[in-house]
Write a protein that binds this ligand. Structure first.
Ligand SMILES: Cc1cc2nc3c(=O)[nH]c(=O)nc-3n(C[C@H](O)[C@H](O)[C@H](O)COP(=O)(O)OP(=O)(O)OC[C@H]3O[C@@H](n4cnc5c(N)ncnc54)[C@H](O)[C@@H]3O)c2cc1C
Length: 432
């Protein structure tokens, strides 16, 4: 059965969320930019906690998680519809309990964690009381995890971790880290890596630097270079068992990628809204910008890109709910990941152009969106690697021709068709 409708009760909640984000949450992006992952101080807490409470009362807190974890169990499709709204604002995902990278981290602790790990890390994470960081990329290579060298070696009942990790987002404000390390160098990396959960203040965890993105002041970035220097953790810090890191990473990154895509729809829609408003408001050379064919092409191309992207994201979210198996949905998640930077880049760029000089100033958000598009082409893996995944998955549905001529080679197909219908062809000839 196909159905492109949102049920009316949920639509009411989405309408509420849309107003709430515009009126109550977007202003936080202007007064406290980039502070959404910093533990709340007194002033911010007095504003943020009541907003979170209103979200909880509406039943929209961490909706994708099941009731056992404080959510509604609405799943990914409903989260997608909500995230489209939240994507407009940096603060909104935090206020609604579904911010990256914590959503992906929460999902793997919920799925693979022991009861003690859930109690210690998941519960406060879901309550929005602390943040987490995922520490996987290394300075010498991010796209290819088989190059990772950070290791954990058994020592009695403990493990001792040594090595370097790079771009561990939010590590400097996170209460705990999920780190992926080599635990058995003698087997394939796919079986020889494990994940550990550890508090950020564990002795030996040194945050050496925090890289900032374009536009952030030096020293104010949030992507940590971490030196793990003889970091001792107990056996109970293992997440999901020894050698399970790849399987867990697949779950985590699959979820993270689609959540980014959901929010990207919201950001691209915001750029689209600004482009259309400007086109209808600005007059030059005797007519409105909206009357110029070039601007109309910007609007049409943007709409076409956005609506295709949105449908694929919603469909992929539906597939995740339906199959409950990220591996099975891998092709479409990778396709979404490939499209995401281009869709946001193109729409933001056109919207910026329509705004003329104002568009490139720091009084408008367009260059931030263009930077965000660049980030999306790298975070959670570069576009090129995801294209390879898409191609490999697509090719699985095909097999090679066992003949020198392709299956659709017309002369052979025509001969076969003629042989099949020879009786009728002869009759036709006879009638002429
Ligand atoms: C904003 C941001 C946040 C991030 N957050 C985290 C985080 O929280 N935790 C974490 O662990 N990591 C994080 N990362 C790191 C991210 O996962 C890596 O940057 C990414 O996997 C690419 O690795 P790399 O930067 O080492 O690039 P490299 O692996 O050096 O790749 C560089 C380029 O080479 C090309 N390339 C690489 N491999 C292939 C291939 N197989 N085929 C064709 N071309 C290829 C691509 O053009 C690629 O962009 C974050 C990155 C960004 C930008």
């Amino acid at each position: 059965m196909w159905n492109f409708q949102t049920d009316p009760q949920y639509q009411e909640l989405l309408d509420w969320a849309d107003d709430f984000v515009r009126e109550e949450v977007e202003p936080l992006d202007l007064i406290w930019p980039h502070l959404q992952f910093t533990p709340l101080d007194g002033k911010r807490r007095s504003v943020v906690d009541p907003l979170k409470e209103r979200v909880r009362q509406k039943g929209l807190w961490a909706t994708h998680l099941g009731p056992e974890h404080g959510g509604q169990g609405y799943g990914q499709l409903k989260l997608a519809l909500l995230n489209e709204i939240l994507g407009r604002s940096q603060w909104a995902p935090v206020i609604f309990g579904c911010q990256a990278p914590d959503t992906g981290n929460a999902e793997i602790i919920a799925q693979f964690g022991t009861p003690e790990q859930k109690e210690r890390y998941l519960r406060p994470l879901l309550d929005g009381e602390l943040f987490s960081s995922y520490s996987m990329t290394e300075p010498q290579g991010g796209s290819d995890p088989t190059q990772f060298t950070t290791s954990a070696v058994r020592d009695g009942d403990d493990w001792v971790i040594n090595g370097w990790k790079y771009f561990s987002s939010n590590a400097s404000t996170a209460a705990f880290l999920i780190v992926m390390v080599v635990t058995n160098p003698d087997v394939s990396p796919y079986q020889g890596m494990s994940m550990f959960l550890l508090p950020t203040d564990t002795p030996g965890v040194h945050i050496v630097r925090n890289a900032g993105l374009h536009g952030e002041a030096e020293g104010h970035g949030s992507h940590a270079l971490i030196h793990y220097d003889d970091v001792r953790v107990p056996d109970t810090a293992l997440l999901g068992g020894e050698g399970q890191a790849f399987a867990i990473a697949q779950t985590r990154l699959g979820g993270g990628r689609i959540h980014h895509a959901m929010r990207t729809i919201g950001l691209a829609q915001k750029a689209m809204d600004m482009m259309c408003e400007r086109a209808l408001s600005r007059e030059t050379a005797g007519s409105l910008l909206s009357d110029k064919q070039a601007v109309q092409a910007f609007i049409a191309d943007s709409y076409a890109q956005l609506v295709q992207f949105r449908l694929l994201v919603l469909y992929t979210a539906w597939e995740i709910d339906e199959y409950d198996d990220y591996k099975r949905v891998r092709k479409d998640i990778a396709t979404v990941k490939v499209l995401m930077p281009t869709v946001l880049h193109d729409i933001a760029w056109r919207a910026m152009q329509v705004h003329g000089a104002l568009g490139v100033t720091n009084e408008m958000p367009f260059l931030g969106m263009v930077t965000a598009a660049g980030v999306m082409g790298l975070a959670d893996g570069p576009t090129e690697v995801h294209k390879t995944t898409v191609a490999k998955q697509v090719l699985r549905g095909y097999r090679a021709s066992d003949d020198v001529w392709p299956t659709e080679w017309t002369p052979r197909k025509r001969d076969a068709a003629r042989a099949r219908f020879a009786e009728y062809l002869d009759l036709e000839v006879g009638n002429q």
